[in-house]
Design a protein around this ligand. Structure first.
Ligand code: URA
Length: 234
């Protein structure tokens, strides 16, 4: 249950003042009856609310999938660099969205943006082992010994031993790597530990949510099925 004005203001549809104006003009209905007061309590999940004769579905959280281009940082504000939020239109920036996990500035691909802090936290928790898959290109050809060593886990310079992962070779310098954790520069450091270098990195999936053919710099809302995957990775 919530107040009618909160129903609109929380979803960034109308400010509280605008709700009052709309009520005065008789433009809002609750279950077919013209609303008279902004502080009336409604059941956001059951009651049918209309604004200007259109039904307004209640949606608390926003979930977006962005194809991050190079040169953008995965944070909400930065003194020097453009952030992933700069790629969104003003009406979506109102929602206090943040990226669920970080890609390096020069890494491209799938980033989920949301204002659902609990689900973001759950998806990032090291305990959940959510799979993240990347396409990579190395500077030099990598060997089958490199694959075996990286897949088994490598102790990096800071003493952290990486969790087992999976590599699928595409050809000499290209492949896919699937991680269940996300340590700082993990993929670059894994190949660095083998004397190689990552020259291109693109995240292609997060859990069962895939980037697909969304153009770089573009975003879309998660589908209801994808939203379900995201919120139930607990
Ligand atoms: N590993 C990296 O090295 N960089 C990323 O952006 C993601 C994983």
């Amino acid at each position: 249950m919530m107040r009618l004005d909160k129903f609109f203001s929380e979803q960034k549809i109308l400010s509280r003042k605008e709700v009052a104006d709309k009520i005065k003009k008789g433009c809002i209905t609750v279950n077919g009856i013209v609303a008279k007061k902004a502080d009336v309590k409604i059941d956001e999940n059951k009651d049918v609310i209309t604004l200007d004769d259109k039904v307004v579905q209640y949606k608390k959280y926003v979930y977006l999938l962005l194809n991050k281009p190079q040169g953008y940082v995965s944070s909400t504000d930065d003194p020097r660099d453009k952030t992933v939020l700069d790629l969104l239109p003003p009406e979506l920036r109102k929602f206090d969205l943040f990226p669920c996990g970080r890609l390096d500035k020069d890494t491209v691909g799938l980033v989920i943006l949301t204002n659902d802090g609990v689900s973001a936290h759950n998806n990032l928790s090291p305990k959940r082992h959510v799979k993240k898959k990347y396409f990579f290109t190395t500077a030099d050809e990598y060997t089958n010994e490199d694959i075996e060593a990286i897949q088994a886990g490598i102790t990096l310079a800071d003493g952290w031993t990486t969790k087992p992962c999976e590599i699928e070779r595409v050809d000499g310098k290209n492949g896919y790597i699937t991680l269940v954790e996300g340590k700082y520069h993990e993929i670059k450091r894994l190949f660095g530990a083998r004397g190689n270098k990552i020259v291109f990195l693109q995240r292609v999936s997060f859990s069962s949510i895939v980037l697909g053919d969304l153009p770089e710099g573009q975003y879309r809302h998660l589908t209801p099925q994808e939203e379900n995957v995201f919120v139930s990775n607990k």
